[in-house]
Design a binder for this molecule. Structure first.
Ligand SMILES: NC(=O)C1=CN([C@@H]2O[C@H](COP(=O)(O)OP(=O)(O)OC[C@H]3O[C@@H](n4cnc5c(N)ncnc54)[C@H](O)[C@@H]3O)[C@@H](O)[C@H]2O)C=CC1
Ligand SMILES: O=C(O)[C@H]1O[C@H](OP(=O)(O)OP(=O)(O)OC[C@H]2O[C@@H](n3ccc(=O)[nH]c3=O)[C@H](O)[C@@H]2O)[C@H](O)[C@@H](O)[C@@H]1O
Length: 454
């Protein structure tokens, strides 16, 4: 069985390498020749732990190749995975389906052998049924092209492990005999995962599409829930981390995705909740997910509140102040700055007059491409040199490990805002810092928390 992966970004490049690891011959297809050239040389054009090794291994053996040619892909593949982007449509909340439509049309028209198209991109409910008709319309005479929907749940930073050992797999199939045949093909592709006990949920197209966006909407809601509570603990007193630990011990709630801080970002959660709202409105059931507007409002308020807290720490104005921003990626172990809270906060601070030095272990280049006017530096030490306030926004291991003693001789003022609740408040406060965190009441410098609680 030979596999193609259409679109070789974060999702597609990972999927292609993982399929090669499973033993298949794989052809990755992208419209971006620069990306294709890099991948063909075994060079990953983005940061993802563990993926460079897998890419080099399989481009080395020749089992994994890349091309821009749909003609080649159509002659090659028995299964074509679609992993092209579905970004937010400019000027709208809805997903831009033009890349998926182009990929499905092109591969259906190019296929010279019977094949299955397996959609992995995140799409609005109703897309698969439409795309199946589009594929049938463009398929050559005598060539059978079946479409299944097989959403992807990987997280950046854990992409390889999530692809090879997912919590579950979901397969949406057509409600005819073609659907059952395509299911059998996908069961072959995923034989190793299924053999090791990964559950496979086989369902209709609509459920499969909705499982994906529902999962992301739920995760976003969970984050905004704890962040809403953090607005209360900041005012009333209390510690959001302890609160999260305590409610998280209830198995029905669970501790994961209850880390309060500057909120969620990335190429998926924000756009997916907007696209779900847009699709629900199109279907005339916009009310059903109206709460997602609030989920997003809470998320935006965290960014505004972070800027306000920095301003307050600086005595009411950031104009001309040296601010060290630690982190630009939307989360650690990624170089992705799409809708990154860290970068957005850095840009907001700069726009109101702060002198912002940003450091990120992997995302400086992507961040500079987006906001060239910020000052990007290569080390934590360079970022905090002369800083009047240090703002930790992405919880990279290096930033979590830093100590007040290490930073004190470098900064101009001992002020720190822990935007991810990853530092030990007592340690920084005891060392004489003005330590603030999102979701914990401010503790005046030098006064241990324990004293305040008495
Ligand atoms: N990034 C992630 O962690 C995950 C992403 N997804 C979904 O997967 C999809 C892709 O996301 P990313 O990989 O992050 O996007 P990306 O922007 O990194 O990659 C998309 C790739 O598709 C290529 N492309 C565009 N049109 C094409 C065409 N007609 N034929 C071939 N290639 C084409 C682009 O050049 C680009 O390399 C989105 O729907 C996203 O919501 C789902 C789960 C995880
Ligand atoms: O559809 C997608 O693309 C993917 O989106 C998310 O994965 P990802 O965007 O890689 O990152 P997450 O780990 O989910 O984090 C998203 C954002 O939420 C933030 N977050 C996460 C957890 C938490 O407790 N608090 C919190 O603020 C992170 O800092 C980050 O900005 C989902 O977790 C994946 O299952 C999904 O496949």
């Amino acid at each position: 069985m030979r596999i193609t992966v259409l679109g070789t970004g974060y999702l597609g490049a990972t999927h292609a390498a993982a399929m090669a690891e499973l033993g298949f011959e794989v052809l990755g297809v992208d419209v971006d020749p620069v990306k294709v050239d890099a991948l063909s040389r075994g060079e990953l054009p983005f940061h993802e732990p563990g993926l460079p090794e897998l890419l080099r291994k399989h481009t080395g053996t020749g089992r994994l190749r890349f091309t821009t040619s749909y003609e080649q892909a159509g002659a090659f593949g028995d299964v074509h995975f679609v992993g092209v982007g579905t970004p937010q449509r400019p000027g709208s909340q809805a997903a831009d389906m033009s890349y998926v439509e182009a990929a499905v049309t092109a591969i259906a028209a190019a296929a010279t052998r019977d094949c299955v198209i397996a959609g992995k991109s995140t799409v609005p409910v109703g897309s698969a049924r439409r795309l199946a008709a589009l594929a049938a319309e463009h398929a050559r005479d005598g060539v059978s092209v079946e479409l299944v929907w097989n959403p992807e749940f990987l997280r950046e930073g854990f992409a390889v492990a999530d692809t090879l050992s997912p919590d579950r797999m979901v397969l949406g199939i057509a409600d005819d005999t073609g659907g059952a045949a395509a299911e059998a093909v996908l069961r072959q592709v995923y034989a190793r995962q299924l053999g090791s006990g990964v559950p496979l949920i086989v369902t209709d197209y609509e459920t499969a599409e909705l499982v994906k966006v529902a999962a992301n909407a739920f995760l976003a809601t969970k984050i905004s829930f704890i962040n809403a509570l953090s607005e209360i603990t900041e005012t009333a007193g209390g510690d959001i981390r302890t609160l999260a630990d305590a409610i998280g011990m209830d198995e029905r709630i669970g501790r994961k995705f209850l880390n309060a801080g500057v909120g969620f970002g990335g190429g998926c959660l924000p756009k997916d909740i907007r696209a779900l709202r847009a699709r629900a409105a199109e279907l005339g059931v916009g009310e059903s997910v109206r709460f997602l507007a609030e989920v997003e409002d809470i998320n935006t308020r965290r960014r505004e509140h972070t800027v306000a807290t920095v301003t307050e720490m600086l005595g009411g104005s950031v104009v001309g102040a040296q601010v060290a921003v630690l982190g630009a990626a939307f989360k650690p172990d990624s170089d992705d700055v799409r809708d990154s809270p860290a970068l957005d906060i850095a840009a907001r601070l700069h726009s109101i007059g702060a002198e912002v030095a940003v450091v990120d272990p992997q995302a400086n280049a992507n961040a500079a491409a987006r906001y060239p006017r910020l000052d990007y530096v290569e080390s934590l030490e360079a970022a905090v040199a002369g800083a009047e306030v240090v703002v930790l926004l992405t919880e990279w291991a290096r930033f979590k490990a830093m100590t007040p003693e290490e930073l004190a001789p470098l900064v101009a003022e001992r002020r720190i805002l822990d935007g991810r609740n990853v530092l030990d408040p007592a340690r920084w406060t005891d060392a004489g810092w003005d330590y603030r965190a999102l979701g914990r009441r401010a503790t005046p410098a030098g006064v241990p928390e324990a004293v305040l609680q008495e």
